[in-house]
Design a protein around this ligand. Structure first.
Ligand code: MRU
Length: 363
């Protein structure tokens, strides 16, 4: 198999199949998973075959196209689209992308034509996410370069949480895009990669991505960041987000809030990298208004790893212990230094966000 360069693509031989990298088994195995039906799409999103806000959105967009291959009528299409939108609650990209496809086909009556248009729109959304990531990378790399110059060219130490890389988007990533571009430009960087319990997206996915690109990195436990910050070993934090309110509150992988608090206490810039598809233009209060996904407690009780022969799951808690597994938390705007978006960098205030996206101002 040719090594995939994107986490999602249309099957070369049969365009009624969408292929994705099965992220559950990375970095130990690069498996490809077939999406043929709306049920496959929902399964893939819920079980984290695909994950990361922009990629979930792109997958949902292709999901509407797949639904059109079998849906009998408009009622079934809308019901499928709603099921896809509800597959995971926090990442707003999923709702946005599904609605974008529905909007594009709403005036078309013929189902064959609807199908063609849905595929076209899903491809456009995929291309849009790539463009956004590239621009985020360029704007973010400038910030990294400034820090590098202040340090006289010594390595810039960047801490990141979870995986906001190409696996979570389509190319470049959001949080990782500035790292990739800075590296391409010759800026010396080193990344602190939070392991990101319970599913270890940092240890498994971010470390794999950075390793593939030969970018210096060290995997750390989730609780190490504060210590590193107190000892001047972190120059900046860059994270992604699953949903950010237009007032600047940031939902991201559980544990992000604690990193932001530690960064504030140590006067370290805390940046959030995101495309416009991740902004929530309705919800004002992120802590009380963003739905936070609760996942199966077995993700905490069991750890998946590789023993040189097989990928295995092992139990690490007493079998009967109770668990609580919130997947995301919300970092209030006051702890965020700035947003790195496809249109540029702005402060985490409603005014500054709307100045970058004036078309979202309510009349
Ligand atoms: O549960 P996941 O793995 O889907 O969570 C992903 C994250 O929290 C990412 O940081 C976020 O989606 C940003 S992706 C560019």
């Amino acid at each position: 198999m040719k090594k995939p360069t994107r986490p999602i693509w249309i099957n070369e031989k049969d365009n009624s199949i969408i292929n994705v990298i099965d992220q559950r088994y990375l970095p130990h195995r690069v498996d490809v998973f077939d999406l043929k039906t709306k049920e496959d799409v929902i399964f893939a999103i819920q079980t984290m075959v695909v994950r990361g806000a922009p990629l979930i959105g792109v997958t949902g967009a292709y999901g509407v196209y797949l639904s059109l291959l079998t849906a009998k009528d408009e009622k079934e299409l809308i019901s499928d689209a709603n099921d896809i939108k509800n597959a995971r609650p926090t990442a707003i990209n999923l709702i946005w992308a599904v609605d974008e496809v529905l909007k594009a086909i709403s005036d078309i009556n013929d189902f064959d034509k609807k199908k063609d248009e849905a595929l076209k729109r899903a491809k456009e959304i995929e291309a849009f996410e790539v463009e956004c990531s590239r621009s985020i990378g360029e704007f973010g790399a400038k910030i990294i370069k400034e820090i590098s110059e202040k340090k006289g060219g010594k390595p810039v130490n960047i801490l990141t949480h979870c995986n906001a890389g190409f696996l979570a988007t389509v190319e470049y990533g959001t949080a990782t895009a500035p790292m990739y571009i800075a590296d391409e430009q010759g800026t010396d960087i080193h990344i602190w990669v939070d392991e990101t319990r319970p599913l270890n997206q940092g240890a498994r996915l971010t470390a794999w991505e950075l390793g593939e690109k030969n970018i210096k990195h060290s995997v750390i436990t989730d609780n190490t960041g504060g210590h590193l910050m107190q000892h001047n070993m972190v120059d900046m934090v860059i994270v992604g987000t699953d949903r950010t309110t237009h007032t600047g509150d940031v939902a991201n992988k559980i544990g992000t809030y604690l990193k932001a608090l530690a960064a504030k206490d140590n006067n370290i810039p805390f940046y959030v990298a995101l495309p416009s598809s991740t902004f929530d233009w309705e919800v004002k209060d992120g802590v009380n208004g963003i739905p936070i996904e609760e996942r199966d407690g077995d993700e905490i009780k069991f750890v998946t790893g590789f023993d040189e022969k097989k990928i295995r799951e092992v139990l690490i808690t007493p079998l009967k212990s109770k668990t609580v597994n919130y997947a995301f938390d919300v970092t209030p705007a006051r702890l965020v230094t700035g947003f790195i978006t496809e249109r540029g960098v702005c402060r985490a205030t409603e005014k500054d966000i709307l100045n970058l996206f004036p078309e979202k101002k309510k009349r």
